[in-house]
Ligand binder design. Sequence first.
Ligand SMILES: [Zn+2]
Length: 174
Amino acid sequence: MDWSINRGSHVCSLCEKIFPEEEIYLSALYDENNEFLRRDFCLECWDKEGTEKSFSYWKTKISKKPEKVERYAKIDVFYDLFNKLENEKDLSRVNFRYVLSLYLIRKKVLKLISSHKTNESEYMVLHNVKEGTDTEVLKPQLNKEEVLAVTDEIGKLVNCTPQISPDNGSIAGK
Ligand SMILES: [Zn+2]
């Protein structure tokens, strides 16, 4: 699976308006044939396009300084993605969810309770502090470099790289 990245365009994908300084716009991920495609919208076009077709979306504000993008709480973006990826079987999405869980553990939104192995797979049992529920995350066989590569992929897609410690997923680190 490839990532289609439309990054830093700062242009509405519908009306092609260029976002001025301090413009608030919406970014959305669309799941198209098992590929995530990102599109940015001005507020007007977002109202027309609707949200129901998007996999996940979030608000961003163009800062006054060029090349810098102000961010609304990205923790919510990552949390939303983490939840929506729950039943995904595609390997790259499993990797994606795992890396998001590392970030959310670091942010104390999730708490590592235990881990267990079934035949070939290893799972982390995480307590969702927000919801008061437990959830399992499949722990893929990734080395540190691969974890960082996945983190980078998420960063490109969301336009904000989650800060993680690749070791957070080990029970010793709790
Ligand atoms: Zn527009």
